[in-house]
Design a protein around this ligand. Structure first.
Ligand code: XIL
Length: 356
């Protein structure tokens, strides 16, 4: 589908080049319509409370994005106050909001070593006990949203910087098989959902991304139902992965048969990189260059930012303004860079590999 749409676009491009919407038109239209849903989903992480209390937040969320990633609501620490109880109000609310607004849902995340409930972090469990807790958690949550959550980050951040498996409570109590168990239970609970492994610092090439690649390869060799890989893409201006390395990483992951999502992109500013205007331009270029690699790559099907406004809602207390809108919801240069990219014709690029 993605290839077909791009071919049509290239054929029709001469007809549309030269007609550029002005800023007001673009904002009224929103990024999701500029890009067109067939090409790549454009997503952002969202929280329930600002949707409930801030109409501007809700409006921009539904106008600019056609994929909603749950920033915190699905994390076990928030969902499981006690071992025997679940809180579904926030996740129900987010999934309903996404459906009402024609957005896909990225369910983030089922198994992660952070934001665990205290009862779990402070407990002592045998291998069998922890496996039972995991199975019950994955099965309960995925079944409840069967057919409604399109992609799950089944396992998050299981690899260390040196490429080895992270020494989490899951690895230490269960062993490396905890990862494949999680994917198999998720697939059993919703056979249609797209199941992702998600990690940071493995976006371009390097020791960690090598470790993540090997993990994916070994899971697929065991026929574990992993369908995709999430490249988180938390970056800082002046310290971002080389877009060509990201493309090459996508190439090799795609050759394993994996779908790719950029899942948590943000771009922190850095005062060593110049005055504010210079930094905002660099931030815009960074967003644009990574989004371009994604939309050009046949296997990259979603580009997701980790929140969209620098307001308190999205980044409590963070001064480094990493997102597309400022704290007053005024679009920043990064927003206009994406709008411009999305309105331009796309050329497929697979760095020397045959494009699928
Ligand atoms: C972050 C949220 O954005 C914060 O609100 C929360 O306090 C901590 O977690 N990698 C991930 C995300 O996979 O879940 C993290 O989200 C950011 C890093």
């Amino acid at each position: 589908m993605k290839l077909f749409v791009m071919t049509m676009y290239l054929l029709l491009a001469p007809l549309v080049i030269g007609i550029r919407a002005d800023d007001a038109d673009q904002e009224a239209k929103g990024l999701r319509d500029t890009l067109g849903a067939q090409m790549v989903s454009i997503g952002t992480a969202a929280e329930p409370n600002p949707i409930r209390t801030d109409p501007m937040y809700a409006e921009i969320l539904a106008r600019d994005f056609n994929m909603l990633a749950t920033e915190n609501a699905f994390k076990m620490g928030l969902m499981r106050p006690t071992e025997d109880s679940y809180r579904f109000e926030d996740t129900d609310f987010l999934v309903d909001f996404a459906e009402m607004n024609g957005m896909d849902v990225r369910g983030h995340t089922l198994i992660w070593h952070q934001q665990l409930p205290d009862w779990l972090s402070n407990g002592t469990y045998t291998r069998e006990e922890l496996l039972t807790i995991m199975e019950e958690h994955v099965t309960t949550v995925v079944s409840r949203y069967r057919g409604r959550v399109d992609a799950w980050d089944v396992v998050n951040e299981a690899v260390e910087g040196d490429g080895s498996l992270r020494q989490s409570i899951f690895l230490q109590t269960i062993g490396p098989e905890y990862i494949e168990y999680a994917f198999r239970w998720a697939a059993a609970a919703d056979p249609e959902a797209r199941l992702f492994y998600n990690d940071f610092g493995a976006d371009g090439l390097g020791v960690k991304s090598e470790g993540v690649y090997r993990l994916m390869e070994s899971l697929l060799a065991k026929r574990v139902p992993v369908h995709g890989i999430g490249l988180q893409m938390h970056t800082t201006i002046g310290d971002t992965p080389d877009p060509e390395d990201v493309r090459r990483n996508m190439d090799r992951l795609a050759q394993l048969g994996l779908e790719i999502h950029v899942t948590e992109m943000d771009v922190r500013l850095n005062d060593e990189m110049g005055d504010l205007d210079t930094q905002l331009q660099l931030q815009a270029q960074t967003y644009r260059s990574i989004a371009e690699v994604c939309i050009q790559h046949p296997a990259c099907t979603a580009f997701v930012t980790w929140g969209f406004s620098d307001s308190n809602y999205a980044r409590a207390g963070r001064p480094d303004t990493p997102l597309l809108f400022d704290a007053n919801y005024v679009p920043k240069p990064a927003y206009w860079a994406l709008a411009d990219l999305f309105a331009s014709p796309v050329l497929m690029q697979c760095s020397g590999q045959p494009c699928r």
